[in-house]
Design a protein around this ligand. Sequence first.
Ligand SMILES: [Mg+2]
Length: 273
Amino acid sequence: MLITFDLDGVLQQNPFGKGVFPEVCGKIGETLVSREGLTVDEAAKTVMTMIRDEAKRRLTSRDYVGAYDWDDIVLVAAKAAGSPARFDVEQLVVKYCTPDYIFPYPYAFEVLSELSGLGVRLAVVTNGFYKYQNPVMEGIGLRHFFPDFITPEMVGTVKPFSGIFQAAIKGEYSLRLHVGDTIIHDVWGAQMSGFDPIWMVKERDLPEHILTLAPWERPHRPEIRPVIAKAFDADLHPGAYPDVTADDCRPAYVITDLREILAVVEYAKEAVA
Ligand SMILES: [Mg+2]
């Protein structure tokens, strides 16, 4: 059995939202404060929007790998704002790899240990570049679980496209599962690549009577459709994948807690046996 993992929102909290981007936006924003009279807050928000828009522009123009190249995106934003500030985003990630900014999700260590002990092959499939993700995974003590760590700049493509999932398949597996939280990348992408998607959602996003069901029962309930539709609309840029609709995204399993993966593994093994 092979299980591939998305990182952000599944195994790790990365330091971008609370550490890296606030520092970058604050420094670039200084130029907007002095030149355009914005408040410090307004300026930082404006820069964050510029950064997001540049990432979206890259997705739209099919520069998929470039859409995750934060060094280059931040440079473009700094130049557009007329700011002399320059950054080494990898160094900023390393700087913010402290317990205030990064942490593993509950039960990540226990579940990965148990899966390894069962002989399950584990791999990372993330849209974050290796230089940004590896320090976080090292910092939270999960890196050693993953002999394969597949990232966009290594394989020249990104989730949801098949190439990045295919790169994780080394050998013959009776079962291939992918765990992720982003509906288009991790559910649609995985299912199109021959993986059974395990969709990780926040407990508060599932109707209460679905919560009591097993992970393999939840996807079959009609109440899951609006949850999927909402997640689809919340994607950074669903327009980048015009062929995909919310109805095309069909998780095989829905979990709210990493420990449920262990039950899924048992269930899936029986189903193939
Ligand atoms: Mg994620």
